[in-house]
Write a protein that binds this ligand. Structure first.
Ligand code: SF4
Length: 482
């Protein structure tokens, strides 16, 4: 019998979450099977999987999220609240809400005597206040270490609150250094406690489109428009969805995801449990990737010819605009940092604009990344790859040495070093599909011609690094090197 995936990304073979090398070096080593797992003897900060788990469901209507954790574990909630509220405004929601997030506030006493009562009290408060359909309970390092049995507690809460679906999610931060494991933990719980293996009547033109929170509303509309051109109805989940849309997942004829990492494991599970085939290609950023992503889903539903016609028409419309952008960006040296799917997709995008990639930070390296890096290696000179979940100090060091003209992605340090910076993860602006590529290109031109904000920020900010750090090897803390 096949062993079921345990939700920890590192448990998959050939997945690397620490390391470095040049693009060509990494691709060669991975191909030859001699890329080794590494570690860091010093780490400045990792994104925790609990946050990814919470982010995956934060915008589901009629839900509350309960972190069974000390208060600090919900420190990133302000970021989620910002994205969630902007998302509602873009969707013309009249009364904009905060996300409904509770924390049980585990303290020293709970660590000694157990946190069960705090969890029960919090669920009671959440149900009394909001009467939600869904109650998501997230574990943390603390609740995991003291061994609070959230499955058993949830089971007994189900008889107390029969109108609520209680969904315990095992996402203790210490279980995985890859924050995307939090997506897997959440989807596994959704499958177990909401979908429950129940089969649904199939709808032939229905497609599940899995989207993370960092997708803007304009991007959602663009993806729905493109799939609509193939006559497909989109079940857009879990971002801004609801209980009914989640229950509809098994009725779909096929699944695809906007992000390459977000739901890849879940789509595999849906294929195994409900017979839903899925397309797993790339993130639709840039010309080549948008074509590939679109054709991937078209193949699944047998509409390749129609898709090719649409791609040709879109290219005719978009290519003159890409040429115009290329004339302004060609040769500019760029550094990219993002999630695994997005960083590689963005690197393909800058290749459309004739830009020179000098460095790339990605949280993981695996077989998917290998496909992307081989594509990049054919188009780019060699460049530095830092396999890092955050690690702003390495970004600062690399940027000081590489001196790129601009930066695209998550600027943990770049914006404070005076480098013109464009974000691709803020979920507020278009990034995806054919129109997103033009928006992003123009945004980079804008940043390059108006660098005042970053220059002023650099002039008035002091980063915590000494000159001696910038002189050292950025990867000196990576042990058991690639
Ligand atoms: S769950 Fe653990 S790793 Fe995550 S924020 Fe809390 S203490 Fe940190």
């Amino acid at each position: 019998m096949a062993v079921k995936y345990n939700g920890v990304r590192e448990s998959r073979p050939n997945r690397f979450n620490d390391g470095f090398g040049s693009g060509k070096e990494l691709a060669e080593k991975f191909k030859g099977g001699c890329l080794k797992r590494a570690d860091r003897s010093f780490s400045q900060g990792l994104q925790c999987q609990e946050i990814n788990g919470m982010q995956a469901v934060v915008s589901i209507e009629d839900s509350v999220l309960i972190a069974h954790a000390p208060q600090g574990c919900t420190g990133c909630v302000s970021m989620m609240a910002d994205g969630y509220k902007v998302g509602q405004i873009h969707r013309h929601v009249e009364h904009v809400k905060n996300p409904r997030i509770f924390v049980t506030n585990l303290d020293q006493k709970s660590v000694v005597f157990g946190g069960e009562q705090r969890l029960r009290d919090t669920v009671k408060k959440a149900v009394e206040r909001y009467n939600p359909k869904l109650v998501f309970i997230f574990t943390s390092c603390a609740s995991g270490i003291i061994g609070d049995d959230i499955d058993a507690i949830s089971e007994s809460l189900r008889s107390e609150y029969p109108d609520q679906v209680i969904v315990p999610i095992h996402c203790e931060g210490f279980k995985s250094k890859v924050c995307a494991s939090g997506f897997d933990a959440t989807f596994q719980a959704i499958n177990k406690y909401i979908l429950k293996g129940e089969k649904a009547d199939k709808q032939n033109n229905l497609v599940n489109l899995f989207a993370p929170t960092t997708i803007s509303y304009r991007d959602q509309l663009e993806m729905e428009r493109m799939l609509g051109l193939l006559g497909l109805e989109v079940n857009y989940v879990p971002f801004y969805s609801n209980y009914e849309k989640i229950k509809r997942i098994p009725a779909a004829a096929a699944s695809t995801a906007i992000c390459k990492v977000f739901a890849d494991e879940f789509m595999l599970e849906l294929e195994q449990d409900y017979g839903i085939p899925f397309s797993h290609t790339v993130m639709p950023i840039g010309l080549r990737n948008t074509d590939k992503w679109f054709m991937g889903i078209a193949k699944l539903v047998g509409k390749e010819e129609e898709a090719q016609k649409i791609i040709d028409a879109e290219h005719k419309r978009i290519e003159p605009l890409v040429d115009e952008i290329r004339s302004k960006l060609e040769g500019k040296r760029i550094f990219i940092c993002g999630g695994t799917g997005r960083s590689f997709a963005a690197a393909a995008l800058v290749s459309d604009f004739g830009m020179e990639l000098v460095g790339l930070q990605t949280p993981t390296y695996d077989a998917d990344a290998q496909i992307d890096i081989e594509y990049l290696n054919e188009r780019q000179k060699d460049y530095v790859v830092d396999i890092a979940n955050m690690e702003p100090f390495e970004q600062a060091n690399l940027l000081r040495k590489l001196k790129p003209d601009c930066f695209l992605g998550v600027p943990t340090s770049a914006h404070k070093l005076g480098i013109p910076t464009t974000h691709v993860l803020d979920g507020k602006r278009p990034t995806l599909g054919y129109d997103g590529l033009i928006y992003l290109g123009n945004k980079m031109i804008d940043q390059l011609s108006n660098p005042g904000f970053n220059r002023n920020l650099a002039a008035h900010t002091k980063l915590p690094y000494k000159d001696s750090w910038y002189e050292q090897d950025a990867f000196k803390f990576i042990t058991a090197n690639v």
